[in-house]
Design a protein around this ligand. Structure first.
Ligand code: A2R
Length: 311
């Protein structure tokens, strides 16, 4: 099976390239000019805002499966650059779907990677969230990802495009940008161990409960969805067991090589933090046999080791 990863230079892309290659896929990936993909695979340059570039790469690669990871993936950037976020995440997705629509049959399957953020302001008692729960996105990034999923469904129904939609919940692991909580805590601990700043870790809201999955489990889910996902269907990808951010902090601190104090940082608190976000994962478990296997302790330990080598 030949896979093309659109947007392969990001955090998830590298792990997905390795997961697919290790399981017998022929893997090719795209990135923006100026970006770098370090894993070994065929590399193509394209900007998803240019549909002709997408068509040219699809014509050359003739993939059986396409993973669409290219995105403006930051919630905070989405507030500052709403037009750019909508262009990349919505118009970019339309460009990819149109380029597929124009291909001769047999057309490739496309896996559209959305986000658990799409559920947004969830009603009390709605967790664990099933895929049928109404979407009430609470930020611009989430709204564009909800739109991406709807477009996938529309192209499936109107044109028979073999689209499978994913709503990925929090995922983490070595090399993730430190704007995400596990990576942030681990980077701060590694810096403190090296004496780069005071033995004090800055934290935000510790009482929120979120669902964390190791990125290596997440990309295994993406591989299994290529093989066993049902066309036109949307799948939650997550552990299905939320934990308090405080437990993540305690676990990370228990692995630190020195005593570290905890300091609440008001700039890290969000105005409207939702207390609990947890997915129902029975659809992906039932259709593909997937479930998260890597413990949160391993994810935190490996991420801490990554930062010990990289600060
Ligand atoms: O923003 P950059 O320069 O890091 O590039 C990102 C790239 N990208 C684009 N690729 C092609 N054409 C564009 N116009 C364009 N704009 C941005 O997509 C980056 O290399 C990649 C996305 O990777 P990350 O931001 O690291 O996201 P991550 O964590 O790998 O998540 C993958 C997917 C995304 O769709 C997320 O929204 C979803 O999973 O959760």
């Amino acid at each position: 099976m030949r896979a093309l990863i659109i947007g392969g230079a990001g955090f998830v892309g590298g792990y997905l390239i390795r997961e697919l290659a290790a399981n017998g896929f022929e893997v090719q990936a795209t990135c923006l000019p100026g970006e770098k993909i370090t894993e070994s695979c065929g590399i193509h340059f394209l900007d998803i805002l240019n549909k002709d570039e997408i068509s040219a790469v699809l014509g050359e690669v003739r993939p059986d499966i396409i993973y669409h990871l290219a995105a403006q993936s930051s919630v905070s950037v989405s507030w500052k650059k709403p037009q750019l976020t909508a262009e990349i995440n919505v118009i970019g997705t339309i460009n990819v779907l149109e380029a597929i629509r124009e291909l001769q049959n047999p057309k490739p399957r496309i896996i559209l990677i959305g986000s658990g953020e799409e559920y947004g302001f969830i009603r009390a008692g709605a967790c664990p969230l099933s895929e049928n729960e109404p979407l009430r996105p609470g930020n611009i990034y989430a709204a564009t990802k909800a739109c991406q999923g709807m477009l996938g469904e529309i192209y499936f129904r109107a044109y028979g495009i073999d689209a499978v939609m994913v709503r990925a919940f929090n995922h983490s692991g070595p090399a993730q940008a430190p704007i995400f909580v596990i990576s942030d805590f681990c980077k701060q601990i590694a810096e403190i161990e090296k004496g780069l700043h005071d033995a004090e870790i800055c934290v935000g809201n510790l009482s929120a409960k979120r669902d964390f999955t190791d990125v290596r489990d997440v990309v295994r889910a993406y591989r299994l969805l290529a093989e066993h996902g049902v066309s036109g269907k949307t799948y939650n990808v997550g552990r299905g067991k939320a934990v308090e951010i405080n437990r993540i902090l305690e676990t990370a601190l228990s692995m630190a090589k020195c005593e570290i104090a905890v300091k609440q940082d008001p700039t890290r608190m969000r105005a409207s933090d939702i207390p609990l976000i947890e997915p129902d994962t029975s659809e992906i478990c039932g259709d593909t046999g997937w479930k998260a296997e890597i413990s949160m302790e391993k994810t935190i330990g490996d991420t801490l080791d990554y930062w010990r080598e990289n600060v």
